[in-house]
Write a protein that binds this ligand. Sequence first.
Ligand code: AMP
Ligand code: ZN
Length: 112
Amino acid sequence: MSADCIFCKIIKGDIPSKKVYEDDDVIAFHDIHPITRVHFLIVPKLHIESLQTCEAQHQALLGKILLLAPKLAAEQGLKGFRTMINTGREGGQEVFHVHVHVFGGGESLPRI
Ligand code: AMP
Ligand code: ZN
């Protein structure tokens, strides 16, 4: 838990979110600025800054998050989706609590 981290505040319930899923390890909620019809974030409850600070001990947690992505995407009605992990300032990361974006819906996403 990090006192000035917005996602830790969401996990604690101090900031409201549109929750998609929650268990002991993970929370998922809709992105406040969706880039597609469906756009949510899967976030470990453990405060880890980014993929760059993940370690071997986080392997199972990261695997759990990736396996949740298709399950939650299907529950949101998506037939396909894109995942994204922005990492470090150069990687476009704005919130320094590691998270996976899951988004899609409607038209095919453009190639990147
Ligand atoms: P990034 O760190 O670049 O992966 O981006 C962080 C994402 O968190 C952005 O897409 C924001 O729209 C989203 N975000 C920031 N604050 C909130 C919030 N309070 N609730 C939901 N999503 C948020
Ligand atoms: Zn945090």
